[in-house]
Design a protein around this ligand. Structure first.
Ligand code: MG
Length: 263
């Protein structure tokens, strides 16, 4: 069942979205060589709790941390660790979720650690464009398939792989609500979008194959061919005036973070 949100619900989701964005922005500032993903996890947990929120991922289905930190060929659900020390040239996909006042915000960004390779930078730029293209389709009267088709068309035009095993999703009191929001599909197909739906759009795009495998820790997902992967996510409300990005914190446009430093 898709839960339609009222204007008052959306206000709550904006506050949760702003906190998850703040946490993500601060995480990005610490993506520098020599930092561990565990240190970033602890920083984010502290920020969320300081603002009276709860880390939405911590304990979710048993996930052991407040962020997902997925380095290079890792796609999603990377478990932060003191043993994962970031190094020059890495790309690091960080996903942060905050619960505030009973509502969830969920967003992700692939940050550069120092200066990435040209191919890594291009992959990230195109994946960011895929997120924008998907968001543009999130308007009443369109269908879920319009979002997936927009993401897939752009990614495949560049020869990249569109991850098929993991989807975006509805967001509300729960982190994963209906509907699923795949990053592939056919325009005009799937659930019709209505005012008051809230969804996370989150393209996961790899340099080569879209095939995935899960590590023995049962969480971390990487590309089978070990090619680089990027991941960007915003939580969006579908409104009569167009898509409204809930995961923004007033510090500039929702898609304006660059590299390891939030701009
Ligand atoms: Mg998500």
């Amino acid at each position: 069942m898709i839960r339609i949100k009222t204007a008052q619900d959306i206000e709550g989701l904006k506050r949760a979205g702003a906190l998850s964005k703040l946490a993500l922005r601060k995480a990005g500032e610490h993506v520098v060589p020599g930092t561990s993903t565990h240190a970033i996890d602890k920083l984010v947990e502290g920020i969320i709790r300081m603002h009276a929120g709860k880390p939405a991922f911590l304990g979710y289905a048993g996930f052991p941390a407040s962020i997902c930190a997925s380095v290079n060929e890792q796609i999603v659900h990377g478990i932060p660790s003191p043993n994962v020390i970031l190094k020059e040239g890495d790309i690091v996909s960080i996903d942060t979720g905050a619960e505030l006042g009973g509502w969830i915000g969920d967003n992700a960004w692939t940050f550069y650690c120092g200066t990435p390779s040209r191919e890594a930078r291009e992959l990230c730029e195109v994946t960011r464009d895929c997120l924008r293209a998907g968001i543009e389709k999130a308007v009443p009267g369109n269908h879920i398939g319009d979002i997936g088709a927009a993401v897939q068309t752009l990614a495949e035009r560049h020869g990249y792989g569109v991850i098929r095993d993991y989807f975006g999703h509805g967001v509300g009191h729960d982190m994963h609500e209906e509907p699923n929001v795949p990053n592939f599909g056919r325009a005009g197909r799937g659930v019709k979008l209505e005012e008051g739906m809230v969804i996370a759009i989150e393209p996961m795009i790899s340099l080569k194959s879209y095939k995935t495998r899960t590590l023995p820790n049962r969480w971390t997902v990487e590309t089978q061919d070990k090619s680089l992967s990027a991941h960007y996510e915003n939580t969006i409300a579908i409104t009569k005036d167009g898509p409204y990005v809930l995961t923004q914190d007033g510090e500039g446009p929702e898609c304006a973070m660059e590299g390891g430093v939030a701009k």
